[in-house]
Write a protein that binds this ligand. Structure first.
Ligand SMILES: *Cc1c(COP(=O)(O)O)cnc(C)c1O
Length: 387
């Protein structure tokens, strides 16, 4: 045979692979099938690489254990997970109730895409009583989308009660559980139909990979979510699934540490004269503390606080003085981050007024004493310009 032919057929993947601790990362669009009968036997053979190969399957298995799920779908980002769930389960004429403190890009998807496809989107107050929410829902409501605590303003909802009431009316419930990361809160065990998370945050844990997941227990729902991904043509790579699986191994340890450090920083902030309020459901004084204690087994490192009123320049001076906290919009990684939040609150239907500018911190794996010193520096810069 000529070199052209030999180079196509030489060096192919062998049969059995050496067993390593992590799964092999298979690269493949084409999957070679053993015989003609298997070509159209999708029930028994993986016939195309887009469905995900070894690393993706291992990640799905591990996430199913974490979430207590029958099946888990993977999406190229957290937003894709939420849009994928909504596209798979809603149709024109349906209505969805979306909590008003939802992650802002989710709202963008609802307002710009769902509405265009004939789905009515109604935002509800995160503080509404579950009974009122479900009793006043129209017959067109097909789903309730929750996020608890909200990732900017940290209100909690009674998600188990909402799920129980919704189920009695045949309404599906889904939750963005990125704060709980499948670890601190178990949505499926609490009766919620679909648990979504941005794996980009705590599961990845290193601020370098995008991915989202949706987990469910009902096999029919699991199937619909998987079909939805197939219809949309989405896929995640083996390299990225591998990175997520690596993050997952240390998730409980990182979260425990970041949760503790976060609380230490939050408690310290409550004592600073420049701070009007700290928004953290795990703080005993929080209006959300009872729900958090009942449903969650811990806290992550993300929380908010309100500065006393001051000109914008003082808020900027606070942020610009920080050396250990990076200024950036994500969270869940090993590093500490800070942002101001007010511009993001403008889109809300049920606007709350805070006693001053709302800030958000993500506490990473640094020593909390160093983080506190950094924040003190920032507050000093703020105090100089507060007037
Ligand atoms: C970041 C985030 C998402 C979206 O995740 P991406 O992977 O960035 O698309 C969804 N929900 C919440 C609460 C988030 O913080």
């Amino acid at each position: 045979m000529s070199d052209e032919t030999r180079l196509i057929h030489a060096g192919k993947s062998a049969g059995a692979l050496a067993k390593t601790v992590g799964p092999p990362i298979q690269k493949g669009s084409t999957v070679l099938l053993p015989n003609a009968a298997s070509l159209y036997d999708d029930d028994n053979y993986l016939t195309y690489g887009r469905a995900g190969l070894s690393a993706q399957a291992c990640l799905q298995d591990a996430l199913a254990v974490l979430e207590g799920a029958v099946g888990v779908s993977l999406y190229p980002s957290g937003i894709a997970a939420i849009s994928g769930v909504l596209m798979a389960l809603l149709k024109a004429g349906d209505e969805i109730l979306v909590v008003d403190n939802v992650y802002k890009p989710v709202r963008r998807f609802c307002d710009h895409v769902l509405k265009r496809f004939g789905v009515t989107v109604t935002y509800y107050d995160p503080r509404v009583a579950p009974e009122t929410l479900v009793d006043t829902a129209s017959d067109a409501v097909r789903m309730i989308l929750m996020e608890t605590p909200g990732s900017l303003s940290f209100e909690m909802q009674d998600a188990p009660r909402i799920a129980e009431l919704a189920r009695a009316r045949g309404i599906l419930t889904a939750i963005d559980n990125t704060w709980g990361a499948g670890l601190l809160f178990k949505p499926l065990a609490h009766g919620i139909d679909i648990s979504v998370q941005a794996l980009t945050k705590y599961v990845g844990g290193h601020s370098d990979v995008f991915m989202g997941s949706a987990a469910a227990r009902d096999p029919a729902l699991v199937r619909k979510l998987a079909d939805g991904i197939n219809h949309m043509g989405w896929a995640v790579s083996g390299d990225e699934a591998y990175a997520m699986l690596r993050g997952l191994r240390t998730l409980p340890i990182r979260m425990a540490r970041q949760g503790q450090s976060g609380l230490q920083v939050a408690r310290w902030l409550t004592e600073q004269p420049e701070v009007a309020e700290v928004l953290h459901p795990a703080l005993p004084g929080s209006p959300d503390h009872a729900l958090w204690s009942r449903d969650f087994t811990g806290a992550c490192g993300l929380f908010g606080f309100v500065l006393k009123p001051a000109p914008d320049a003082a808020v900027d001076a606070f942020l610009d003085a920080l050396k250990l906290f990076g200024l950036g919009f994500s969270w869940g990684g090993f590093e500490s981050l800070a942002i101001s939040c007010d511009p993001q609150l403008k889109v809300r239907r049920f606007a709350r007024t805070y006693g001053g500018p709302l800030m958000r911190l993500h506490v990473g794996l640094e020593d909390p004493a160093d983080l506190i010193a950094d924040l003190r520096n920032g507050l000093d810069a703020y105090a100089r310009l507060k007037g």
